[in-house]
Design a binder for this molecule. Structure first.
Ligand code: M6R
Length: 610
């Protein structure tokens, strides 16, 4: 989704802005632009396509200045073209970049037109630029003009505003779209994601909901929505500096698939005792709160929703309490019933997904016992606004298709199910110890599963001319089948569906013929015989079967066209292992088809709009 970078310094900041945008490319965008103040005017360059196009444009038309703003746009209002790209101007004196969506932009646009403002783009952002310019006429500072303008906006924004008359400060505002400030020596930076600024600083401060701030080279003045001054310190980040490098890998997605043994190790580190999960890993209040929990409500989107679905199987079977799972965008807009002593859980890689965040905010008004987020980004909105947070420690995930974030979410959720089972004494200690032992060997098992990479690469060639694919699984493997299908469609654009294997005969079986590849998860633990029967049904209709099986399997091997083996483990951990070949399969198919694996079309890494 859109990215923002801004800087106020004592050196030429054009290169810093471009590097910041480059580091935000993973979020997905269709055009890029920047504006700086130099020679008593605001100079702007915008290009459709990649940041490299903008960089080329700068080389051809050198632009330099010590204050500036830059943006990568993911089109919402108006097509991706140069006039719709940010920054947007008002009267050549105000420049604005904006992430989010202004919902009342049409009425504001009409009002501003009647007042003589001329619009040059189709965007909602241009409305903000004119609105701020109008409010500036009756305000003693840009800060108070922005504060007044934001009061008139409905919707979501993370915005940075620059004024020609004031070349020493930028004004920022946040509501629903994250913004972080970075501090250098005698210089300040702004971005929608701290990753953008890691080459220039490690000192960060997040803006909270509804705040507006004036950022100069040495100071930050933050105002709360009621105009009162907020005191906050910069803090050193723990995010790794090299998070934005591919290393020896061709794509971030592949690097991240291979990082999974390490990221799971980090997720487990310090959180397991000899034979149990350390319950405080979910927050200091976790022992007292988990004891009271009688119902679990999980909400999430996309891949995170699939990890929630797996957690439902774990929680209900291990803890014996009901667990409901729902897509955040559905939850937030329907009337829901909250049972007594319910725990609300949000799951999100980014911690900024608009629908998930909105669902959490609604849940906080609904009388839940407490809220817990399973999240990968420290300091993100979900982490800050939840009562408890379990950080998945996957490290920065750059590939748009989520991989290591998913398996670390599963790891955290399995630990949560065990922690609840410990608290409620719903599982024998022997079973808990067994899970803990298997969790310890999980990173190694994943390494082992990754060894199938070359076999899977060869197998991917069969998908060269395929337009559809089915993924089947039963029990805990059903959500994994859905995740396999999501990965394939996201990056290869092959239409794919994930189904409970037994549901096939209620419809999807009509699609099966010799051209239909069907990936069936048929590991030894969990409904094995029943899945083998489903495979027989596919075989008799000549479907092409790719079986994901346990090492040493014979039955499926006899029936399938291809098999991919994963190491044997206990039933509850199998979903983590079967995920690996599905990630590798979609990766290799997408590479063979020549697709942009890390930045698939129309997708964004962090979906901060509805
Ligand atoms: O950051 P989140 O986990 O909240 O994101 C949710 C989805 O947008 C995300 O999982 C999306 O489906 C990914 N592209 C999946 O690969």
């Amino acid at each position: 989704m859109c990215g923002i970078v801004g800087a106020v310094a004592q050196r030429n900041i054009a290169e810093i802005l471009i590097e910041g945008l480059r580091r935000l490319e993973y979020r997905g965008y269709d055009s890029a632009g920047l504006a700086v103040i130099s020679d008593f005017k605001i100079s702007r360059l915008r290009r459709v396509g990649k940041v490299s196009e903008l960089q080329k444009a700068i080389e051809e038309n050198p632009i330099d200045g010590s204050i500036g703003i830059a943006h990568t746009r993911w089109a919402t209002h108006g097509e991706p073209n140069e006039t719709n790209a940010h920054p947007h101007f008002s009267n050549d004196t105000i420049a604005v970049v904006h992430n989010g969506i202004i919902e009342n932009y049409e009425s504001l646009r009409e009002e501003l037109k009647l007042q003589g403002y001329v619009f040059t783009s189709d965007t909602d952002t241009e409305v903000m630029a004119h609105l701020i310019e109008r409010e500036r006429k009756s305000s003693d500072s840009l800060l108070s003009a922005v504060l007044k303008a934001t009061k008139l906006l409905k919707g979501a924004y993370g915005t940075v505003v620059m004024e020609l008359a004031n070349p020493d400060c930028l004004v920022v505002a946040r509501s629903g779209s994250p913004l972080v400030l970075g501090k250098g020596i005698g210089e300040m930076f702004i971005a929608s994601d701290q990753l953008a600024l890691l080459p220039v600083t490690r000192q960060f401060m997040f803006l909270e909901e509804g705040e507006v701030a004036e950022v100069t080279r040495r100071d930050v003045k933050i105002l709360a929505p009621d105009g009162s001054v907020v005191e906050r310190e910069f803090e050193e980040t723990t995010v790794q500096h090299d998070a934005g490098d591919k290393g020896k890998f061709r794509h971030f997605m592949m690097k991240e698939i291979y990082e999974q043994p390490d990221s799971i190790n980090s997720t487990l580190e310090g959180r397991l005792a000899q034979d149990s999960v350390i319950i405080e890993s979910f927050g200091n209040r976790a022992p007292e709160l988990l004891d009271k929990v009688e119902f679990v409500q999980i909400i999430a989107c996309g891949t995170s929703y699939h990890s929630a679905m797996v957690a439902k199987y774990w929680i209900e079977s291990m803890v014996g309490i009901p667990c409901q799972v729902e897509i955040a965008s559905e939850y937030r807009y329907r009337k829901t019933v909250v049972c007594k002593n319910s725990l609300f859980i949000s799951i999100s890689q980014s911690g900024e997904t608009a629908d998930t965040l909105a669902a959490l905010r609604i849940a906080k008004e609904q009388g839940f016992l407490a809220s817990l987020t399973i999240c990968n980004v420290p300091g993100s909105s979900l982490v800050r606004e939840s009562d408890m947070a379990f950080m998945t420690r996957a490290g920065a995930e750059i590939g748009v298709a989520s991989t290591k974030a998913f398996t670390t979410q599963l790891t955290g959720l399995l630990m949560l199910a065990v922690a609840l089972a410990q608290t409620k004494k719903s599982l024998p200690q022997e079973e808990i110890s067994n899970i803990i032992q298997e969790l310890r060997t999980l990173p190694n098992d994943i390494k082992h599963a990754l060894e199938m990479d070359t076999t899977i690469e060869t197998m991917a060639e069969e998908f060269n001319e395929k337009e559809h694919c089915l993924f089947l699984g039963r029990g805990e493997q059903y959500p994994i089948a859905m995740e396999g299908a999501l990965k394939l469609k996201e990056i290869s654009y092959i239409h794919a569906e994930g189904y409970p294997a037994a549901e096939m005969k209620h419809g999807p079986i009509a699609l099966i013929d010799e051209n239909m590849p069907i990936v069936v998860i048929a590991t030894k633990k969990g409904h094995y015989e029943k899945v083998v029967s489903n495979i027989q049904e596919i075989k008799s209709r000549k479907g092409k079967i790719i079986g994901i099986v346990t090492e040493g399997d014979k039955d499926v091997r006899e029936l399938a066209d291809h098999v991919i083996e994963v190491p044997e483990t206990i039933e509850s951990l199998t979903p983590l292992l079967t995920t690996i070949p599905l990630q590798l399969l979609s990766y290799h198919i997408a590479v063979l088809l020549g697709k942009n694996v890390d930045q698939p079309r129309n997708l964004a890494k962090s979906v901060t709009v509805e």
